[in-house]
Design a protein. Structure first.
Length: 145
């Protein structure tokens, strides 16, 4: 009987540790009036990438690859966002981050030019589950799990 209880407890703990491994939460401060995010320092790892056309509501076939997003936002709400797709790194300066009900919206600019770029982190069940860059023609490159 003790062996069965020990096995059940071990399995439960291992399942909890797996869910923690794949859950992607981050700590940050949120202004309740403006929804502006500050003090947000986190790394997110994603396993798949695909393109998505918001007009057609159509995604390309996802392929498995290493996708990383590092967010470093200070107490003033500015900072940097570093993304990497299969080792190709892009660094952007964050001008602001606003939290909406189902996503975070980052208004950034590339270091090379000052054109604003919109990045978003999707939230499902209080966990980040995808990251995308809004591109031309209402298309996006999406990182997901």
């Amino acid at each position: 009987m003790k062996k069965i209880i020990f096995t059940i407890i071990s399995l439960t703990l291992s399942l909890l540790s797996v869910s923690k491994l794949y859950s992607q939460n981050g700590r940050y401060d949120l202004d309740p009036l403006t929804k502006r995010v500050t003090n947000y320092n986190v790394r997110y790892d994603f396993s798949y990438a695909y393109s998505y056309d918001f007009d057609l509501r159509e995604a390309s076939r996802a392929y498995s690859t290493k996708c990383i997003v590092v967010i470093e936002i200070n107490e003033y709400g500015t900072g940097r966002l570093v993304s990497s797709l299969a080792g190709d790194k892009v660094v952007c300066l964050v001008d602001s981050c606003i939290q909406y009900e189902t996503y975070f919206k980052f208004i950034c600019r590339n270091k090379e030019n000052l054109t604003p770029v919109i990045y978003k982190l999707g939230i499902t069940n209080n966990k980040v589950d995808k990251f995308w860059v809004e591109g031309d023609d209402n298309k996006a490159v999406v990182f997901s799990n």
